[in-house]
Design a binder for this molecule. Sequence first.
Ligand SMILES: Cc1cc2nc3c(=O)[nH]c(=O)nc-3n(C[C@H](O)[C@H](O)[C@H](O)COP(=O)(O)O)c2cc1C
Length: 337
Amino acid sequence: MTFCLGQLALNSNLLLAPLAGYTNLPFRLLLRPLSGLGLATTDLVNARSLLEKHRKALELLQTTPEDKPLAAQLYGTAPEEMRDAALLLQARGFDVVDINMGCPMRKVVRHGGGSALLADIAKAQNLVRTIVLAVHIPVTCKIRLGWDDVNITSPELSRALEDVGVAGITVHGRTRQQAFTGTVNLDGIRAVVRAVRRVPVIGNGDILTPLDAKQMLEQTGCAGVSIGRGAFYNPWIFRDTARHLTNGELAPEPTFDERVAFMTQHLDKMIEFIGEEQACRQFRKIALAYIKPFGPVAEFRRRVVMLETRAQFDEILATYRAWRQQLRPSTDAANPR
Ligand SMILES: Cc1cc2nc3c(=O)[nH]c(=O)nc-3n(C[C@H](O)[C@H](O)[C@H](O)COP(=O)(O)O)c2cc1C
């Protein structure tokens, strides 16, 4: 199916949500050939740091020709800085500029960026207007429902953003106050869908299975969904969801071995890009995102958070496999998933 953000036609309405430090270039490169993914996004990058060419900002924007289509996500508060940073991203060939209005972190919010913009619609609108007028690639925004339960600003904000020409709005169905607690509020996303006239709304939050994606699409009327943590729970979720939406088919969840193979490929690709030492360090927390569906995992977790070498990773895995075998030999044999 074709899904459009402004002039940009994507071949799926299933998007990868940015998870800073997790959905890195190696992950995206492994995910794309599994099919079903319409658009991925970089980690959030500070506009001023980008203009000042800080090493960290440039690293976050690292990409390759295979890593397409790709949005770059910016945060900041000064309209001129955001505009200039967006122009730079356009010149570098990014397909979309996404403006972060959802990040709950104090270091982002303190300066008026991220989810602080939810509480100042005029400021958010002015910021986005300045960017939209300057670039010709689509500009999208990623928002939350509002600052807290009594300040649900997302419908009004979305309408204001639509008025200044955004090409799409992603709504994480939580408030800033909720951060990542509680469950996603589908009625809140639906209210955004109802508020806008034509701009596509992309629902986000807590999608772990194709059924969750279908439920979000049906209950909110959103035009697409974006999936973050669910892509670590099941890297094939985009393919499986696309198939489920097309013909109702429900693929079995990946097996333990398939999950382990994908996780290991992710580490190996990170090593290719940034070397063994850095990759192993950065992979410590990433491994924790993969092991959620593994069941009892305390020993693996305890050791992987100190990962230093690739050989050590193999050894930790081998020990864990042996431990799983002795834990539930009959169950594992009967149910290899
Ligand atoms: C570790 C982590 C990092 C995140 N980084 C970003 C980010 O850089 N930009 C952003 O817009 N959202 C970020 N998010 C929010 C996610 O994109 C998404 O909105 C949220 O996790 C809910 O979707 P999910 O349940 O599919 O993961 C992050 C979330 C997590 C857990």
